[in-house]
Design a protein around this ligand. Structure first.
Ligand code: NAD
Length: 835
């Protein structure tokens, strides 16, 4: 059936933690949303919702891609506005986790649902089939579970849960909307308590609590062991609990206790007394400023269970255990930990063992296949690899033998046997080239064939799965130019678009990258429809490495000796940088001389101009950071396609310089274009502020508001679709006979009066102590460049004039001690110095 499916408007019922943030993410995706809650007892009947909307503005990191999005969430209440539900294609219920309350609400809203409305509950643990009973029979096929994770903007996972009656086509349509429209990773879960991710993730937490207690490890030690060493978020176990909320965790555990009586691990589904104690005291974690951890002045303190008091958090991992944890290979890591007698090593092994055991036993009940379980845990809990992936990487039979041996010895948390499929002596794993093992089907089940996934040329990979990035056109140390390899039926290449991917660390732009871009543009003009700059992994680029450019390769070093040499050489050495504030990798230093540095800057300018005026379109496909030189590249592209989670900015001032790869020029030009012959200053001021403050946009939406993305640039919700959309944009550009822009020769500039006005504002800040003398100096250089130098207001200049100006100021700033100190500080500390 080819019926078009559109979600034109959504209603979210419940303006609590989840409902309000889900609404925010819907408007991030340009879906108009009505947010409902109970009518307030006093004052404005929309009071509860209005308060929640206000709360959205204060949350960090922001659930809103831009504050302006808030206007697209309409406040409503069940007392006055139920009629509005009729216009909604999707209703998401996110009220408090009570079956009786939810049922009551379903009865109330059912008569108001439109004829084709999908109704989905965000419950984390209640039975979808039981909830469905609250609807009349004829509505149940439009009901399902839609389980978002907190925070919904940032957590990739959404679990979709059908009830017995749910219409299969409708679920496919909803999945399509969630994946492409909202950018989510969808996993189909069965209707079992807590579904997949929380079932496994919470079991892992309970196993962690259990073994930590038995081995006498402090919470800070557990966190030191269970974070980045295991490819998981730095907040590891207990800091994550504090963020999630101890009450929320307790709630999920209690759901397991109350609903999973036949689970062989049921006796462990209990909230420990100390945790209940904290909850009773109102110490719920981050939201109440105290939980497992507590901030005391500048220090972090951690709870000690037996004294019930807090002490300074230390969390030291023993050196021998560190060695084992640092092994990159999972087999070596887990075998080493298992063989070690150290309690810290034993702890990590035992938690893994029991989690493997739990997943092996429960897979058939909770998920369709092993891939869904692994992706659910990865996307819902931020693990780098899922449990089955790790089990398989260590060796299926080896781990199986260990589990069975320790089960027989009474060491495992439960003595239940692993099912037959897991014990099959021929089994080497659960993930293969054919798919991932499905106990119900008895085969390796391929990935979903839903058409939406055709938009993902390179979807999320499982551990050990290789991606084949097409055929190489050319490659050097720092870049690879390539094209897709599929052929059409008639043997013609389907892929006539070339892609350039950087290979440098953080995709920093060094000399070889610049050469690579120049060569790629030549190649693209000669043989390809166009060029896309796309990285196989984010970031797009942390900035330019001008130093490497002038000196040849001299990799960034953490070696303290190098900094001493740098200091000694301070007077004769020229440092230069890339733009990435906060990223030590983007900086490098070496001896050099002025003409050489200037040549490098000029080359950067040549590259961005080449991108802009290429005869075929150059499209930048951006995900993650695009700072400094990275931002300058995208500003010169024919089109930018950016994921919502793109963080774009000209951050050069952080190291005492200004954008000189065409970024300042482009800002002056855009301001002039936006002013359309009217007053230039307000437009200029915006660019000036962003550059002079080194602002980074916290979303692609904000990058557009800051002027780094233009109206025609595209924002993509799902980063796996980025390349697909970029290709389509490029095709669209060439289908309409692409021509590069004409080089503007008459750019009006604000001139010396503009500079003076910007300076006056800065003098106030300088005198108020808000900025330093060097900030002022750098700011003046930015102002002078953006205003076109020492000319009359309204003078007309060309691009080269502005490029020469930005290069001149760059060189002058670079020669100052304070700029050199900033660069050196950034090198040493990875963060900007405000001197
Ligand atoms: P919350 O307590 O923050 O908000 C609940 C909302 O429900 C409140 O706005 C309240 O006014 C409203 N409400 C309370 N009683 C009601 C009633 N009888 N009728 C109508 N509305 C009522 O809760 P939350 O954390 O946002 O959770 C909402 C749902 O999302 C729950 O089902 C929860 O299990 C699920 N969930 C929560 C999280 C999480 O991390 N908090 C994550 C995923 C799913």
């Amino acid at each position: 059936m080819n019926e078009n499916f559109h979600i034109r408007k959504v209603a979210v019922l419940g303006a609590g933690v989840m409902g309000a943030q889900i609404a925010a993410h819907l408007v991030n995706a340009n879906v108009p949303t009505i947010l409902f809650d109970l009518p307030a007892r006093e004052g404005d009947p929309n009071g509860i919702v209005n308060k929640a909307l206000d709360g959205l503005k204060k949350l960090e990191p922001s659930p809103l891609a831009s504050p302006a999005k808030l206007n697209f969430i309409a406040a409503a209440n069940y007392g006055q506005h139920l009629e509005q539900l009729r216009d909604c294609d999707l209703v998401i219920e996110a009220i408090a986790e009570r079956m009786d309350w939810k049922s009551e609400l379903y009865h109330k809203v059912a008569p108001y649902l439109g004829e084709r409305t999908i109704f989905a509950s965000n419950t984390s643990g209640l039975s979808i089939n039981k909830l469905a009973e609250a609807f009349p029979e004829n509505l149940r096929h439009r009901f399902c579970g839609i389980h978002f994770f907190n925070p919904p903007r940032y957590m990739h996972l959404v679990e979709l849960i059908a009830c017995e009656k749910t219409d299969a086509l409708l679920l496919d349509q909803l999945e399509t909307f969630l994946v492409s429209g909202l950018g989510k990773g969808v996993v189909r879960a069965k209707d079992t308590p807590n579904f997949i991710a929380n079932r496994i993730g919470v079991f892992s937490l309970l196993a962690t609590l259990h073994h930590a207690e038995r081995l006498g490890l402090g919470f800070d030690t557990v966190d030191a062991l269970t974070g980045s060493y295991l490819g998981r978020p730095k907040s590891a176990t207990f800091r994550t609990l504090d963020v999630v909320g101890l009450d929320t965790f307790a709630h999920v555990v209690n759901t397991m206790r109350d609903n999973l009586h036949d689970d062989p691990w049921h006796s462990y589904f209990a909230v420990p007394d100390w945790l209940n104690g904290l909850i009773e005291q109102g110490a719920l974690g981050q939201k109440s400023r105290r939980g497992v951890y507590q901030k005391v002045g500048k220090d972090i303190h951690v709870l000690v269970v037996h004294t019930k008091k807090y002490r300074l958090s230390a969390g030291k991992v023993d050196d021998t255990v560190k060695e084992l944890l640092r092994q990159r290979d999972w087999a070596a890591k887990l075998e080493g930990l298992r063989n070690s007698a150290h309690p810290q090593a034993q702890f990590v092994w035992r938690v893994f063992r029991d989690v493997f055991h739990y997943c092996g036993v429960h897979l058939p009940r909770i998920a369709d296949n092993a891939r869904d379980l692994d992706f659910a845990v990865r996307w819902g809990f931020g693990w780098g690899s899922g449990p089955f992936e790790i089990w398989q990487a260590v060796g299926w039979q080896k781990v199986l033998g260990w589990i069975n041996e320790e089960r027989a010895a009474g060491k495992t948390m439960s003595d239940v046997e692993l099912p037959h499929w897991a014990q099959d002596p021929a089994r080497t794993g659960v993930h293969s080239a054919q798919g991932s093992y499905s106990p119900a089907l008895g085969i390796d089940q391929p990935r979903s064939v839903l058409p939406v996934y055709r938009r993902q040329e390179f979807p999320e990979r499982l551990l050990g799965e290789e991606a084949h990035y097409g055929e190489t056109i050319f490659e050097n140390e720092s870049v690879r130019m390539w094209h897709g390899s599929e052929k059409l039926m008639d043997g013609h290449p389907n892929d006539d678009i070339a892609i350039l991917s950087f290979k440098s660390k953080m995709h920093i732009i060094g000399d070889e990258v610049l050469d690579g871009i120049l060569r790629a543009v030549d190649e693209a003009e000669a043989n390809w429809r166009g060029l896309i700059i796309w990285q196989t992994e984010p970031p797009f680029s942390a900035g330019a490495n001008l130093l490497q450019l002038m000196q040849g390769v001299q990799p960034a070093s953490e070696d303290a000796g190098m900094f001493d040499k740098l200091k000694q050489a301070a007077n004769r050495v020229k440092y230069t940088v890339a733009g990435g504030g906060g990223l030590s990798q983007v900086l490098n230093a070496a001896t050099g001389n002025v003409p050489q540095v200037e040549a490098v800057v000029a080359k950067f300018q040549q590259v961005t101009q080449r991108i802009k005026y290429a005869q075929v379109p150059v499209v930048s496909a951006v995900d993650g950071l695009a700072l400094g030189g990275g931002c300058e590249i995208i500003m010169h592209s024919a089109r930018v396609v950016a994921t919502l989670e793109s963080y774009i900015g000209l951050v050069e001032v952080g190291v005492g310089i200004l954008p000189a790869g065409g970024g300042s020029k482009e800002a002056a030009l855009r301001a002039a274009q936006e002013a359309k012959g009217g007053d230039l200053f307000p437009f200029l001021k915006r660019y000036f502020q962003n550059i002079a403050m080194g602002e980074v946009a916290k979303s692609a939406e904000l990058a557009r508001e800051m002027g780094y993305l233009r109206a025609g640039d595209r924002i993509v919700m799902n980063h796996f679709e980025l390349l697909h959309v970029a290709k389509n944009e490029l095709r669209a550009l060439t289908a309409t006979d692409y021509r590069p822009p004409l080089p503007p020769t008459q750019i009006p500039v604000a001139g010396r009066t503009g500079t003076a006005t910007l300076q006056a504002a800065m003098i106030n800040m300088l005198e108020g102590g808000f900025i330093s003398a060097h900030d002022y100096k750098v700011g003046c250089a930015v102002a002078d460049t953006l205003c076109g130098g020492d000319v009359e207001a309204g003078s007309l200049v060309d691009e080269q004039w502005l490029l020469d100006l930005e290069r001149k100021h760059f060189m002058e700033l670079l020669a100052t001690d304070k700029t050199q100190e900033r660069i050196e500080y950034m090198l040493k500390n990875g963060k900007p110095l405000r001197n």
